[in-house]
Each structure stands twice: as C-alpha cells, then as structure tokens.
Design a protein around this ligand. Structure first.
Ligand code: 13P
Ligand code: SF4
Length: 337
C-alpha cells in the first residue's frame, strides 16, 4: 500500500491499538501530531508520566534530550524518535565544553569543590552525566527556582548550564548575583568569585526572537494587554512581563484569564496558536516556530509506528551505560525533590 493511498490518521490509530506503545508529544509539536498523543505536557511532566507508563515502546515526538531523559530514567524502555531532532540550545554544550567551563572557573579563582552544577533538562545525557558525577542535578523551567534554592544549601556556587537566560532570570528573581562564562573567552575573570549563579552562555534560538520592542508595540496598541513569557526569554523581556512560566504554567495562566482579557505570549508558535481562539497574540513579528520540534510530521509518526510493527524500529535512543548511570543520578536528584 503506498502512503498516498492510506489514511494516515486511521493507520496511526490502528497501530496504536495493536502495538504495545505510548505516543508522547511536547506542546510545541505540530497540531496534527499533538492530537494523536497519549501523553502531553511540559518537559518535567513528560519525563515523569512517560517513565511510569507501562508500554514496552515509547514513541517520543519531541527533541532528542526529551527521549534521552526517558531512556536514562528507565533503560528497559525502548524509546523511538520519529525524527532525531536536536534542540539547538542542548547542542551548545557537550562534555568538552562543560570541562572547559570548569577550567575557566578554576583559573578565575573558583575551586572545583566549591561548584554545584545544575543542568537545564535541555541538555544531552552526556552533560547530565558530567553534572551527576559532580554531585549536581537537573532542573526544568517549571522547577528551576526550587532546585537552585535547594542547591544553594550546599554553600557552593551554582554553575548553571546551558541556558544563560533561565539561569539569570531565576537569579534576578531570587536577588542573587550572576555572571556569565563563555568558553570562547577563556581569560580568568574575578567576577565569578562574586557570583552566586555562574551561567553558561547558551540560549534558545526561538526565544531569542522576542524583543522588548515587541512588548512596547503590544502595550501601546492594547494598553490593558497582559504579557506572558517563557523563562528562556532574555531577562530584559522577563522583567517587562506580567507572568513567566514553563509551557504548562503558561497554558494554565492563559486558560484561567477572563475570556475578554487580551494576552500576548512569548513562546513557540504551535503552542500559542492552539491556546485560545480569541484575544491571544504571539509576541513576535516573525513566526517563532521551533524548527526541530516542527520536523516531526504525521507521516514520520506513521512510519515510526510501522517500523515497530515490522519488527525493525528506527531511530531508537541508545546510551552508553556509564553516561546513563551518571545522568540518572542527576535526574533522580531532581525528581527526589
Ligand atoms: P518546557 O519544560 O517549559 O516545556 O520547555 C521546554 C522547551 O524546550 C522550551 O523551549
Ligand atoms: Fe530547544 Fe528552543 Fe526548541 Fe525549546 S524551543 S526545544 S529550547 S530550540
């Protein structure tokens, strides 16, 4: 049967019924893929809910670090990605860049024993493993403040990787001093000795699209409008906003607003577009789609399920066992809190 002659949605539904599989989708997925998922949520919810699902196969419609997190937490599960889509932020740091950051801090007068690393979940299993090995943990956009508060109890400085914006936004909210470590500039810098939270200089290419000019534009046009943004936005944007939260927290905030309340949202297009029919705007003159989240199509989902039915699943997540064990330490420390 050629792909043109089948009804993709019907076939996907049949395969889901017949296979021992759970289909998972992040909020940034295309609508047609998102609608067919068994589990949806923000990064933290997806990791928790998927690990406790009892099917043998997980088909993860999202980006690489999300599928990897499920595999790290439950190596018995077979995690299949319809596309090996990589989050651009997670790509900005690997094990070598992590080591290099530690070296720069040591050169700047911060002893390794005095560093408590925290990695945003948007990072590879390799980086999570480095963090786990050093006694640190993972955080997500929905629990970063709680995780940083807890980590500071160690009396150490936080090295926050890879998202500078999330790290600085939480530091600003908590009244902490922050600094930025950039591996392209490896000079010693005493500023790190003063900082509570040292942020790696990574960022999200999608959330960089929003600007304070966009906020000014909407506030001028609709004086009563509310501004809600994701904490991956630059601190200057977060400072000018009425609400900042993870994807799930943004959804709840916006759904609880009175129907006639206008709101402009600074996060990925697919999610904002399906939130409310009226009075909801996207905080950008461009269309802020996450290119890699958008890679997964209905056809990819079908082909992936079909490959499981045919006994030859493709794009299966596989991890080195040491990486898996050390990354698990970092993820489980977060979940324990
Ligand atoms: P959430 O954890 O808020 O879903 O964010 C994931 C993400 O990649 C946002 O860009
Ligand atoms: Fe990564 Fe940004 Fe896409 Fe989120 S929106 S998955 S941080 S590139």
């Amino acid at each position: 049967m050629s792909l043109n002659s089948i009804n993709l949605v019907e076939e996907i539904e049949r395969l889901k019924r017949e296979l021992d599989v759970t289909v998972v989708a992040h909020f940034y997925q295309k609508d047609e893929v998102f609608q067919l998922a068994d589990i949806t949520g923000d990064s933290l919810e997806l990791a928790k809910k998927t690990v406790s699902s009892d099917s043998e196969f997980v088909v993860f419609c999202g980006v690489g670090f999300m599928g990897e997190s499920v595999k790290v937490l439950n190596p018995e599960k077979r995690v299949i990605m319809p596309k090996m889509a990589c989050c651009s932020m997670a790509q900005m740091i690997d094990g070598n860049y992590y080591d290099k950051s530690i070296e720069i801090l040591q050169k700047s007068g911060v002893a390794k024993e005095n560093i408590m690393p925290i990695t945003y979940i948007n990072s590879s299993a390799e980086v999570k493993a480095k963090v786990g090995e050093m006694g640190g943990m993972v955080c997500t956009s929905s629990n970063a403040e709680m995780i940083i508060t807890n980590a500071l109890d160690s009396g150490k400085k936080i090295l926050f990787v890879p998202d500078r914006c999330l790290g600085q936004n939480i530091a600003n909210k908590m009244g902490l001093k922050s600094s930025i470590v950039n591996i392209l500039d490896d000079r010693a810098d005493e500023v790190h000795q003063e900082a509570d939270v040292i942020c790696y200089d990574g960022f999200c290419s999608v959330h960089q699209l929003f600007s304070t000019d966009d906020i000014d534009f909407y506030r001028e046009k609709y004086p009563d409008i509310l501004v809600a943004v994701h904490p991956e936005c630059d601190p200057a944007i977060v400072e000018k906003s009425d609400f900042t939260g993870s994807t799930s927290q943004l959804i709840k905030y916006i759904k609880d607003l009175p129907e006639d309340q206008k709101v402009v949202v600074g996060t990925e297009f697919n999610m904002v577009n399906r939130l409310r029919e009226k009075n909801t705007y996207v905080l950008s003159s461009t269309k802020p789609e996450c290119p890699t989240m958008n890679e997964t199509t209905l056809e990819d989902l079908y082909r992936t399920l079909k490959s499981i039915e045919d006994g030859e699943p493709f794009y299966e997540v596989e991890l080195d066992s040491t990486v898996q064990q050390n990354a698990k330490l970092a993820l489980e420390r977060m979940l324990a809190l």
